[in-house]
Design a protein around this ligand. Structure first.
Ligand code: SF4
Ligand code: SF4
Length: 123
C-alpha cells in the first residue's frame, strides 16, 4: 500500500485511473494543467504535448515536478480502501459487503437500541 502522504504523479494518474478504466471524465486534470500537456480527447485526458512519447509521459512531471493534475484527480489516492486501511490498520473486527464495522445496532422489541455482534453466514 502507498504511504498516505505519497504525492501522486501524472504517471500514476494515467496508469491507475485512465488506463485502468477508473476515470470519471471530470476533466479536472485537463483544467488545472498549467502547461497544456493534456487535452480532453473523446472524453478522456490524453497526453498530446509530445506525441512521440508514451501516453503516461510528462516532461514537466519527470523534470522539475508538478503533478497538480494528479492532485486534482478525484479517482486517485486516497481512495476508500486507503482511508479504511489508515483508520483501521490491523484492527478490523468485521468486514463484509458493508465495509468495515464494529457492531450492528438495531431496535429491540422494547424500542431500545441494542448492540450485537454481526451475524455471519454460519450463524
Ligand atoms: S504534471 Fe503538471 S504539466 Fe504535467 S500534465 Fe500534470 S498538470 Fe500538466
Ligand atoms: S481528473 Fe482523474 S477522473 Fe478526472 S478526467 Fe482526469 S483522470 Fe479522469
Amino acid at each position: 500500500m502507498k504511504d498516505p502522504l505519497y504525492h501522486p504523479l501524472f504517471k500514476d494518474m494515467m496508469n491507475d485511473v485512465v488506463d485502468a478504466g477508473s476515470c470519471c471524465q471530470c476533466g479536472s486534470c485537463v483544467l488545472v494543467c498549467p502547461h497544456n500537456i493534456i487535452e480532453y480527447v473523446d472524453g478522456y485526458p490524453k497526453q498530446t504535448a509530445k506525441k512521440s512519447a508514451d501516453f503516461d509521459y510528462c516532461g514537466i512531471s519527470e523534470g522539475i515536478g508538478c503533478d497538480v493534475c494528479a492532485s486534482a484527480c478525484p479517482r486517485l489516492w486516497p481512495r476508500e480502501i486507503h482511508l479504511r486501511d489508515a483508520e483501521f490498520r490491523g484492527s478490523r473486527p468485521y468486514e463484509g459487503i458493508f465495509g468495515v464495522y464494529r457492531n450492528i445496532l438495531w431496535p429491540a422489541p422494547s424500542g431500545r437500541i441494542s448492540r450485537s455482534a454481526p451475524r455471519t453466514a454460519e450463524s
